[in-house]
Design a protein around this ligand. Structure first.
Ligand code: SF4
Ligand code: MG
Length: 313
């Protein structure tokens, strides 16, 4: 498909008192128009940081991001303010980002007013359309966030994010705080919205079953690096990287439904402050050999459309 977002060699380091956190280190991927790309990994893998850099919430240290062919990280000042609407982000806890003193109408209308995208007389109509699109009753527009359930609040946050008709939605653990029964409703709604608005989605999650349900392709991150990237069906059927294999082996049979989240695999995740030499996964990898400690494996194409970073994949 036609590429909307193209990320090349993205690096994000933070200076801390304990040292430099290498949160994202040389990560490359693209998201097609109308495509959902999943980013999965344990906490500390750099997936949220990647999302925030793309949403221009935090700066990159190096690398290039192109949005619709344009140098997205080079935009600043007025140019950035005008274009910010193209990439919107939603978070795990929508309540934290919804002002409790604002009515739903105010919350959803505010970006439309700020960016002057619809004339004032058309505001009410546009807000009603957006609430309808996310499955909320437009007649509830005068209510306040506390009058809604967690799932409904995520819908409100989404209506606000969609108000500016973004090209890309960065969704960081959008259903992780919700009951399993509500998760499916929100995910189905996201898919419907994606079709309706021809939206591209970068879907960040630690939950493999959720990612499998919504994503066209999936990238697996480990300690700031992309270790495997493939079409969803291929990744789940034939994982090639030992880390992906371990993650999938740790998922219980779908029939048990007992554990849906990522089960910790053998060994502690290393620190992104002082990551292991060579392949960062080597201290936990059952297939590690001498070369793995010395040489960083290149992220290369293993089969058409299937990339991985392992000396032995
Ligand atoms: Fe394991 Fe070596 Fe492959 Fe890294 S490069 S995943 S340590 S086998
Ligand atoms: Mg996170």
């Amino acid at each position: 498909a036609d590429t909307l977002l193209d990320v090349r060699g993205l690096v994000t380091h933070f200076a801390t008192r304990r040292g430099t956190v290498r949160a994202v280190d040389d990560v490359s991927f693209h998201v097609g128009r109308g495509e959902t790309l999943g980013l999965v990994g344990e906490s500390g893998s750099g997936k949220s940081t990647t999302g925030k850099v793309i949403a221009r919430l935090i700066p990159a240290s190096a690398g290039q991001v192109r949005l619709d062919g344009e140098d997205w990280l080079a935009l600043s000042g007025d140019a950035l303010r005008r274009r910010r609407r193209d990439v919107q982000m939603i978070f795990q806890n929508p309540y934290a980002s919804l002002d409790p003193r604002w009515s739903v109408f105010h919350i959803v209308a505010e970006p439309l007013v700020t960016h002057r995208v619809v004339p004032r007389r058309a505001l009410r109509q546009r807000v009603s359309e957006l609430l309808d699109a996310v499955g909320l009753d437009p007649s509830h527009a005068q209510r306040y966030p506390h009058q809604f359930s967690g799932g409904q609040r995520q819908r409100i946050g989404l209506a606000r994010a969609l108000a500016l008709d973004p090209k890309l939605l960065v969704a960081d653990e959008p259903v992780s705080a919700l009951d399993v029964s509500v998760q499916a409703q929100i995910l189905n709604m996201l898919r419907a919205i994606q079709r309706r608005y021809a939206l591209s989605i970068l879907f960040i999650s630690h939950d493999l079953s959720v990612v499998r349900f919504v994503c066209d392709r999936v990238g697996v991150m480990y300690l700031g690096e992309m270790v495997e990237l493939a079409e969803t069906a291929v990744l789940f059927r034939e994982p090639r990287h030992p880390y992906t294999q371990a993650l999938l082996a740790a998922i219980p049979e779908p029939t048990t439904r007992r554990l849906r989240t990522m089960v910790p695999i053998e060994g502690e995740i290393s620190s992104p402050i002082d990551p292991p030499s060579g392949c960062r996964f080597h201290p936990r990898c059952p297939r590690a050999e001498a070369i793995c400690r010395q040489e960083k494996p290149a992220f290369r194409e293993l089969a058409p459309g299937h990339h991985g970073a392992c000396h032995f994949a």
